[in-house]
Design a protein around this ligand. Structure first.
Ligand SMILES: C[S@@+](CC[C@H](N)C(=O)[O-])C[C@H]1O[C@@H](n2cnc3c(N)ncnc32)[C@H](O)[C@@H]1O
Length: 275
């Protein structure tokens, strides 16, 4: 019979227990940060601060956002949370300014094209994402035969970015696609400036999972001699803006066929586990 080992952890000290309890509160409540961020985006706080010249007091914000003055103390709490979490800056009590992060949440801002990342916040903090996270322990307990549905699919019976999601909730599906496009559309200007040599000598390129083709169009604009294909799922290619016809759109599945080219680009920061 295996020897029974006594637990090895010593009883925490009083100081450790007090710290642990504080940390427990922090971990249990830290979801307020993304909720405050969502609230700020939905109220239009970054856009209001930008329109007020980059700095705004609480009363400026209450007036600009047409909020009831009775909510001023509560807005102050949200702003304090946004400041401590690094979303906004405050160099003077009750006066707020934008940081690069909150600048990305200003309506209509452009850095090498449309740069607002509002859709990412709205998608990532949406009811569907939160419900999937709340179902995590149930998901672990279920013993199902492979292929295992991801927790999102298990709870909603639909998969992000696929037709099933559009059928479940067309509005959320739209926001998720906007979030992917917002993610995709930012950064290519920097890549083209900083990694210019990567594209030198290239005559053809396939942007695999290239979404609406914004990245490929930027590459062709910088290097007009490169023949660029954009491969994505049919429902994404159907919606893609055709523009000036500078890139060739191909509807398909990368696991079946990839348009031939000298180089294939796979650019993604959050690849789905089932891809
Ligand atoms: C997270 S996104 C964006 C990737 C984008 N290149 C970027 O840099 O952000 C993934 C893209 O992959 C596409 N996709 C998913 N599965 C695919 C498949 N089997 N074949 C082709 N495209 C696929 C989706 O439609 C979506 O546009």
């Amino acid at each position: 019979m295996a020897a029974h080992h006594a637990p090895t952890m010593a009883v925490p000290t009083d100081a450790q227990l007090i710290q642990a309890q504080a940390d427990l509160w922090r971990h249990s409540l830290c979801y307020f940060t993304p909720m405050a961020l969502r609230c700020a985006v939905q109220l239009g706080i970054p856009t209001a601060i930008h329109r007020l010249g980059g700095t705004a007091s609480l009363s400026d914000l209450v007036a600009a956002l047409s909020l009831p003055p009775s909510k001023t103390p509560y807005l102050s709490r949200i702003m304090r949370l946004l400041v401590t979490s690094g979303v906004m800056a405050s160099h003077e009590e009750g006066v707020y300014s934008l940081l690069p992060l909150s600048y990305l949440l200003v309506d209509g801002i452009s850095i090498d094209g449309e740069a607002s990342q509002v859709a990412i916040v709205l998608a990532a903090t949406s009811r569907h994402y939160l419900e999937a996270a709340l179902g995590l322990s149930d998901w672990f307990k279920k013993d199902v035969a492979p292929p295992l549905p991801a927790p999102f699919e298990d709870v909603h019976g639909a998969t992000i970015l696929e037709e099933s999601m559009a059928l479940l909730d067309p509005e959320s599906d739209k926001v998720i696609h906007e979030a992917v496009a917002a993610h995709d559309n930012m950064g290519i200007g920097t890549i083209l400036r900083e990694c210019h040599d990567l594209f030198k000598g290239l005559e053809s390129l396939t942007d695999c999972c290239g979404g609406d083709g914004t990245t490929a169009r930027a590459i062709v604009q910088a290097f007009p001699h490169i023949k660029c294909h954009v491969l994505d799922l049919p429902k994404v290619i159907e919606r893609a803006p055709r523009g000036d016809g500078s890139v060739n759109y191909v509807a398909g599945d990368l696991f079946h066929s990839i348009p031939a080219a000298q180089a294939v680009m796979l650019k993604d920061k959050y690849w789905k586990p089932n891809c």
